[in-house]
Design a protein around this ligand. Structure first.
Ligand SMILES: C[S@@+](CC[C@H](N)C(=O)[O-])C[C@H]1O[C@@H](n2cnc3c(N)ncnc32)[C@H](O)[C@@H]1O
Length: 633
């Protein structure tokens, strides 16, 4: 164990930062990788459809514009919701902001449409990507949305009727349902809302207090009440969680109100219960995998169990109406319905208590999981779909009528039907290990499309799919090898990736090395607000590392690596921290950013990432800024 002097640390830090882009071949690209590139999480293109871990198309457009010429073809082998395709098209009509950003970075850019080919294994992802990059005429889309909404509201609008506290007629905005619990002491049935929720200020307590016997317990230890019910989609009886209406939120003549549920609300629900199930409702058995939780998924075996009966019927009838349209317009309308469906139309919609607020805040489904809370929310589909339609119309307007061509293939990038040396540049962000099982997550929306993802080649770590880190690495290698084959000899590949696990980073590294790529330089993509999983997951990373890879002979690479001298990780970490402090940018000094810098430090030197984020964070917490910095073996 040897302590570094301050001078040694700063000197070494300077060397580290200078070597962040050791072999940057083109100086005009330097600033693109040298400083953190901001990636917004707003705008019509970004917000048109929720898809986990997607990146702002404007940020990707900068990479594409800097690495290619108009008319070139870009490839993404993990296409997701098609953002790389959108970015290629955006190069034809860059926004003022995009132009300014390119200028301020000193990038040598010739604007003009690029073409793109995207491979995406997921049925939902490829549907989103195809529709966004090949949108219907926005005027026809807007008109069709109005037709569908008007017809649906005429027939089914009564289902969202609700009276205000004075008895005046209005409509439902949303309704909070509540699980029923069995008090462990008095065995009485208690509504979770009554035991754990208070308003003014809003609070959801994790402690259960029985309103009847005052017994206290941890909410997680209190059993849920279940009931047996006839399921008329499946034609059989099933056991499900029993729930009660907790609170009704509505509006009357633009005035918003809320109140407890009344007998009229219950009577309306009885009437809805008597409505027949529309024929289009999917009878889809969920192939539960990594996202299944015995607690909150109790009774949920089929897709329709994620819906209240009201929203299931209203949604299914709108889905049926959309069948009357054809081609790109029908795709656009399905896209619109699905953009709201899983995240807002199901019982995954939640309420949260925010400090200083009188009432609970309604939010969408928790991203990246299929979580159902004890207080699920039923939203009015019409209000939300109307809002979504204007965002989607704006997104379609931005893209429609351009000259670039985007082809989206629903298939695995481990087998690409493109000729050798046909692609100018690759931009991609592969799945991050076990972070998100996309196919499982997207199953609800795919059930409406009546087509499901073939998970065989899905490149993830998944205990349920029997895919360990080795299988993950093999699948990544196959995809990177295809990218290597189709890239022109001078072509580059930009990879955005994040993981809190050294094992996952090293699997990625071996995959691109075995495919014949080598890191030329690295940077950080600064998502202005981390995705949910990034900011909450244990050891989460903030700011995704970006790697620029270039083709290179594998044998040549291995020779060089064997000659590398292993560095002491804590000396590197200490030096990076000193440099960040000297830069006076608080974002650079966060533990998360420093871990990203540590990762790219090792990858640019073709060395393995030596430690997980949480080990790094423990070290970071121990040696607080200004405190003793030591280098340890
Ligand atoms: C991190 S996401 C990409 C997000 C994307 N950049 C976007 O804009 O939405 C990774 C994607 O890779 C897909 N995928 C996983 N294995 C694949 C494979 N073998 N071939 C093609 N796509 C794959 C997943 O379904 C997922 O959509």
């Amino acid at each position: 164990m040897k302590a570094l002097t301050e001078n040694e640390q700063i000197t070494e830090g300077a060397v580290i930062r200078d070597m962040a882009a050791p072999t940057m071949p083109d100086k005009s690209l330097d600033s693109l990788y040298r400083q953190p590139l901001p990636a917004k999480r707003t705008g019509a293109l970004y917000s048109a459809f929720p898809y986990p871990t997607k990146i702002s198309p404007e940020a990707i457009a900068l990479y594409i514009a800097a690495h290619t010429q108009p008319g070139d073809t870009v490839f993404d082998g993990f296409g997701g919701s098609g953002t790389t395709g959108l970015a290629a098209l955006l190069c034809e009509r860059p926004t003022d902001e995009l132009r300014k950003q390119a200028d301020s970075l000193g990038l040598d850019v010739e604007w003009g449409a690029r073409n793109a080919v995207l491979y995406e294994i997921g049925v939902l992802g490829s549907f989103i990507g195809h529709t966004l990059t090949n949108p219907p005429d926005p005027t026809a889309f807007k008109q069709a949305v109005e037709e569908v909404l008007a017809a649906s509201e005429r027939e089914d609008g009564w289902m969202y009727e609700a009276c205000d506290p004075t008895g005046a007629k209005g409509s439902l905005r949303h309704l909070i349902w509540s699980d029923k619990l069995e008090c462990p002491n008095c065995r009485d049935v208690v509504i979770l809302w009554e035991a754990c929720v208070s308003l003014n200020p809003a609070k959801i307590s994790s402690t259960f207090i029985c309103p009847k016997c005052n017994h206290e317990a941890r909410l997680t230890d209190v059993p849920r009440v279940t009931i047996q019910e006839y399921d008329d989609v499946l034609g059989e009886r099933r056991t499900l969680r029993d729930r009660a209406m907790a609170r009704v939120y509505g509006s009357t003549a633009n005035k918003r109100w809320s109140r407890p549920a009344t007998a009229a609300d219950l009577a309306l629900y009885e009437k809805i219960n008597a409505e027949p199930i529309p024929p289009g409702v999917p009878q889809a058995l969920i192939p539960w995998g990594d996202l299944y939780r015995a607690g909150y998924h109790q009774g949920i075996s089929h897709v329709h169990h994620f819906y209240t009966r009201r929203n299931l019927i209203v949604f299914a009838r709108m889905w049926q109406r959309v069948e009357a349209y054809h081609g790109a317009l029908r795709d656009g309308l399905r896209f619109w319905l699905l953009s709201y469906n899983a995240a807002h139309g199901t019982i995954m919609t939640r309420v949260v208590a925010k400090s200083g607020q009188k009432d609970l805040i309604v939010t969408s489904a928790q991203p990246g999981v299929l979580y159902v809370s004890g207080l699920p929310v039923e939203k009015n589909l019409y209000a939300g779909l109307r809002r979504k339609a204007s965002t989607i119309t704006e997104a379609f307007e931005t893209i429609h009528g351009g000259r670039g061509n985007v082809e989206v293939v629903n298939g695995s990038s481990s087998n690409v039907a493109l000729p050798r040396a046909s692609i100018d540049y690759v931009f991609t962000d592969p799945p991050f290990g076990a972070n998100i099982p996309y196919a499982e997550l997207n199953f609800i929306n795919e059930a409406w499309l009546k087509k499901f993802t073939d998970r065989t080649d899905e490149a993830i770590v998944s205990p349920q799919q029997g895919k360990s880190i080795d299988e993950y690495q093999t699948l990544l290698t196959r995809s990177f090898s295809e990218m290597r084959r189709i890239l022109k000899p001078s072509g580059k590949l930009t990879v955005v990736f994040h993981s809190a696990s050294a094992e996952v980073w090293n699997a990625l590294q071996r995959a691109y090395q075995d495919a014949g790529f080598d890191v030329e330089c690295a940077g950080v993509l600064d998502k202005t607000q981390g995705s949910f999983k990034q900011v909450t997951a244990k050891g989460a990373v903030r700011g995704d590392p970006v790697l620029l890879l270039g083709p290179r002979g594998v044998a040549e690479y291995r020779d060089e690596v064997q000659g590398e001298v292993e560095e002491c990780v804590w000396a590197v970490a200490t030096a990076l921290r000193r440099v960040a402090a000297a830069e006076n940018d608080p974002a650079e000094s966060t533990a998360q950013r420093l871990y990203s810098r540590l990762v790219t430090h090792y990858l640019t030197r073709h060395q393995q990432v030596p430690l997980d984020a949480d080990t790094f964070y423990r070290w970071y917490a121990e040696f607080s800024p200004g405190g003793p910095c030591r280098a340890e073996d």
